[in-house]
Structures are given as structure tokens and as C-alpha cells.
Design a protein around this ligand. Structure first.
Ligand code: FMN
Length: 508
């Protein structure tokens, strides 16, 4: 069988010790712009609705019970800020660098958010671009005038296979990635980072929205060009990655969410002008290409039978990190230096529990909305965790158990495979997400590549905020020697490394 586009792209964009650094040169004179400007467009300033200090209660009664409804401006402003807003500014000479609530590989921020609105007390019906630096909604076009005409939501619902939540929504968020922002630095491998970065943004969104009384569902199966047309964005430069209709969380029990993931069917073998477009378009769903109702359904985290009977260590979470987690989002930064000092098993357990087994005390409406975590597997490399032998473990989320793959100090291998980044050497634990790409593409075609990386980024963000809440150090790692990860974990080639997160004690 010919290799599908996802497998080919993955192979093509592997890092190898002998060839890394070849093939792509960075045009330092022409860095990409991180924002889109819509000159002269109407804008809604969201800044006046932000709390001015961290101590102000984000979930104040007055905000949550706004007479203008669950999506009133103070609520939307806070949700968008905690999802992707500017939480730090670095100044160097005349330059300003904006750092955001969500991390991004190389701080290049390919992810953009759009908001569709109808019947809102303060926002005229229309399609809006969330301008991160200005913290404003910029009108892309008002109802009736742009490609959505008078039927924006009807068209969005149709593009999402008549998803019932979209059909009823009055606010919907769409996440996209502008490839060039990341490709400028990372070349063809940037698509992986675009997806992972967007997963991190979704991680914040998914945490903050329900805490502000707003529910969301995640839709990964939509007709790509129909949604791109609705947003008036160029299909060859910017990919739609997810559609997220909002609803009043008080109505949670009435919500019948449609499927979060759909297949795109078989590849048509089309080759586009670059590798990113080829893999993204191979994963696109086209009108009429697949049966409207078929090929759907996702699974919870599964356990690979290969490890089922391995010797295990039960993890016991000690702290519920979800209380006031929004403060951790606002304070989050990627740790630049770890110390090598030990984590406790409880700290590791708390981080993993928040990411994989959120406390049901808060109710099912607070469970993360992943696309299909049944496709992902998790390994934990233990460098220095009190009470755990150093080595490689397989993590079984359903049982909160670490199953032993092999013991022994593998710090040197881990350091090397993370491109010699000291973070990996000095981490107490290195969490590695993998997936069986063949199984994933059987289920969803090349579109699975999106779900795998978006979900891994989403889990990565939950690990980030949990770590920050516990006072730990954390950083994502998007650059690694792919084949060496397989060697370390003793997994076959068809299984691939999706993402790595380093966890440990931060240097002062
Ligand atoms: C997908 C992804 C990959 C990343 N890869 C690395 C990496 O390989 N090495 C590293 O030091 N930081 C990495 N980072 C962290 C970014 O450098 C960091 O998010 C960015 O500089 C913005 O800073 P902040 O996270 O403190 O806001 C990664 C982050 C993401 C989301």
C-alpha cells in the first residue's frame, strides 16, 4: 500500500543527527508578522473588561451573572485573554516581544482565533478576528456583507455536518494556523509545531471557558474550504484546525455534542507546492467526498496491551490543582533552566492527574474536550523522582499507573535526542507522547495527524498549567531526533513521537 500523506510528511520532516540544520535557512531580514491587520475595520476593544490586578477575582459573581447573558463582553474578554492574550512583554531597544498565555515553539505564534457572533447585546452580528496584541475583536465582515451573507451560522453548521451545538450557537470560535509564521524558522517541520501550538491554545481555552460559565464543544471534522471561505482567509496560507461553538454552561445537561473527530477518507495523492500544504490538504474534508454521517467517533485513553502486565507503580494524586487554575495560566512561562533536582511522586501524579484524569468532583462539564485521545500513548522517562527507579515507564491513565518498560539512567540518551537541550537532561521527568500512525490513519485518514498533535499540545498545556500551579518548572520540546525516541522507548517505526514535555524543579 502506498504511504499516505501523513506518514510521508512525518518521515520527510524527521530530524536526524547527520542532517539537522541543513535544507532550511532563516531569512532574518523578513520575520513574519504575528498579527493580521484589517485597516479601517470596526473594532470592539476588550481591554476595559479585564481585571487590573491578578488578585481581582476572575470569576466574580458580577461577571458571571451579567444581565447581558453568558457571553457578555467581560466574560468573552477574560476567556480570550486567558486563552491566548499577551501576558508578558519583553522590551529590547525599540523592539517589543509579546509573550502569550499559551506557549509557542520559537515564540512565533502561528495560531489565530476568529469569533462568529449573532444576536449579541453589545457585538453586532458578524465575523471577527481576535487581535491578540490589541486585545480587540476586529470585524472581518458584518452579517449580510461578507461570504457568510445572512447565514453565517447556518453555513458554519452545514460545514460541520449539521452539528447540533453549532446550529444553536450564538458565539463560535474558530482556530487557525498561519503556517508561514512558524515555517519561517522551522521550514517544513513547522506544521507539527503549528498543530502543537494550537493544541496549547485550546488547552487554555478549555480550562478557562467553563470556569467563566461558558461551555464549549470541540469539532475537528468540518469541510475545510467552506469554513475558510466563511472566515475570508486564504486556504493556501492558513489552515482551519478546529471549530468551537459556545453555550451557556447552565444548559450543559441539554447539550448533545456531535462527534469531535471525523475521517477525511483516503488520500487522493495530490502534491501541493510545499510539504505543509500537501499534508494539510490531504487531511482536508471535501464536500461530497465522505459519507455525511460515517466514520466518526473517538475513544478515551486506551492501554496498549503490550504493557498491560508489566510491573506497575500506582500514582496517587495529592492536590487538586484545578482550584483558581486561571492564575496559573496568567503566570505561566516556559522554564528556561531546570536544576536536575527531584520531584516527588505526588507532584508527578498531580500533573498527570490534571492532564489525564481530571477530578470529577467539579462535574463532567469540566472534563477536557480532546479530539481523540484513544490515538495517543504516553511514556514517562524518570530521571529523578523520589521513590521511583530511574528509567522508562508507560503511563496507563485509566489506572493512574506507571508500567515499567526498562530501568536504568537514560538521561544522556534523552538529552541527546532532545537535540542536546539541557532542559531534557535536567528535567526530573520527561513526558513523551507517541502514536501508532498506521492505526490513526486507518481511523481518520491523514486528518489523524492533526488530531494527534492538537491533542498532544492540549495535554501539554494542561501539564504546563498544573506544573505552574504546583510551583514546578515545565517546557515543551518540539525538536527531537525522531528515530532516537523510538530507540529509547523500544517502539517500532510505525509508532511516532508526537511531542515531549520536560518537568522538574526550576532554577531560581
Ligand atoms: C510546541 C512547542 C515546542 C517547544 N519547543 C521548545 C524547545 O524545543 N526548546 C525550548 O527551549 N522551548 C520550547 N518551547 C517553549 C517556547 O520556546 C516558549 O513557549 C516560547 O519562547 C514562549 O515563551 P513562554 O512559553 O514563556 O510564554 C516549545 C513550546 C511549544 C508550545
Amino acid at each position: 500500500m502506498a504511504e499516505n500523506a501523513a506518514a510521508l510528511y512525518h518521515k520527510q520532516t524527521k530530524y536526524h543527527p547527520a542532517t539537522i540544520g541543513q535544507g532550511h535557512s532563516i531569512d532574518w531580514q523578513n520575520p513574519p508578522s504575528q498579527f493580521k491587520e484589517y485597516a479601517g475595520a470596526e473594532r470592539i476593544d476588550l481591554r476595559p473588561f479585564l481585571p487590573t490586578t491578578e488578585n481581582e477575582n476572575w470569576q466574580a459573581e458580577a461577571v458571571l451573572r451579567d444581565p447581558n447573558g453568558p457571553f457578555a463582553l467581560p466574560v468573552l474578554s477574560r476567556i480570550l485573554f486567558a486563552t491566548n492574550g499577551v501576558t508578558a512583554i519583553a522590551v529590547g531597544g525599540e523592539q517589543q516581544m509579546f509573550f502569550r498565555a499559551a506557549p509557542s515553539a520559537g515564540a512565533l505564534y502561528p495560531t489565530d482565533l476568529y469569533v462568529l457572533v449573532r444576536d449579541h447585546a453589545d457585538i453586532p452580528d458578524g465575523v471577527y478576528y481576535f487581535h491578540v496584541r490589541d486585545h480587540a475583536l476586529i470585524e472581518v465582515y458584518p452579517k449580510g456583507l461578507g461570504p457568510g451573507g445572512d447565514q453565517m451560522f447556518e453555513r458554519l453548521a452545514r460545514a460541520c455536518f449539521n452539528d447540533p451545538v453549532v446550529a444553536q450557537a450564538s458565539v463560535a470560535v474558530v482556530a487557525t494556523a498561519v503556517y508561514w509564521r512558524s515555517a519561517w524558522r522551522y521550514g517544513e517541520r513547522a506544521y507539527r509545531r503549528c498543530l502543537l501550538d494550537t493544541g496549547h491554545v485550546l488547552g487554555n481555552f478549555d480550562v478557562i471557558a467553563p470556569r467563566m460559565g461558558v461551555g464549549l464543544t470541540a469539532i475537528g471534522g468540518f469541510v475545510d474550504d467552506e469554513v475558510a471561505e466563511l472566515l475570508a482567509i486564504p486556504f493556501e496560507k492558513e489552515g482551519i484546525l478546529g471549530v468551537f461553538p459556545l453555550y451557556d454552561l447552565a444548559k450543559f445537561s441539554d447539550i448533545k455534542a456531535g462527534p469531535s473527530a471525523r475521517s477525511c477518507g483516503d488520500d487522493d495523492g495530490r502534491v501541493e507546492k510545499d510539504a505543509i500544504l500537501t499534508v494539510h490538504n490531504a487531511g482536508a474534508i471535501r464536500r461530497g467526498q465522505i459519507a455525511e454521517a460515517g466514520n466518526v467517533g473517538s475513544e478515551p485513553f486506551l492501554v496498549n496491551p503490550k504493557y498491560e502486565f508489566a510491573e506497575g507503580v500506582k500514582l496517587k494524586p495529592a492536590t487538586d490543582v484545578s482550584d483558581q487554575i486561571e492564575i496559573a495560566i496568567l503566570r505561566r512561562r516556559s522554564t528556561r533552566q531546570l536544576t536536575g533536582r527531584a520531584l516527588t511522586v505526588a507532584e508527578l501524579s498531580d500533573v498527570l492527574a490534571f492532564s489525564y484524569r481530571p477530578d470529577l468532583k467539579q462535574g463532567p462539564e469540566f472534563l477536557p474536550r480532546y479530539f481523540d485521545t484513544g490515538l495517543l500513548e504516553t511514556f514517562v522517562v524518570v530521571n529523578n523522582v523520589e521513590g521511583l527507579a530511574a528509567g522508562v515507564y508507560y503511563f496507563a491513565p485509566g489506572f493512574m499507573e506507571l508500567l515499567k518498560v526498562r530501568t536504568g539512567d537514560v538521561r544522556r540518551e534523552t538529552y541527546h535526542l532532545c537535540l542536546g537541550q539541557e532542559l531534557a537532561r535536567d528535567a526530573a521527568a520527561v513526558i513523551i507522547h507517541t502514536a501508532d500512525l498506521e492505526a490513526a490513519t486507518k481511523r481518520y485518514g491523514s486528518r489523524s495527524y492533526r488530531y494527534l498533535h492538537l491533542d498532544a499540545g492540549h495535554i501539554g498545556e494542561r501539564m504546563n498549567v498544573a506544573a505552574i500551579k504546583l510551583g514546578l518548572g515545565v517546557s515543551g520540546i518540539g525538536g527531537f531526533f525522531d528515530d532516537e525516541v523510538n530507540e529509547l522507548l523500544a517502539i517500532p517505526e510505525r509508532e511516532l513521537c508526537v511531542y515531549i514535555t520536560c518537568l522538574g524543579k526550576a532554577a531560581e
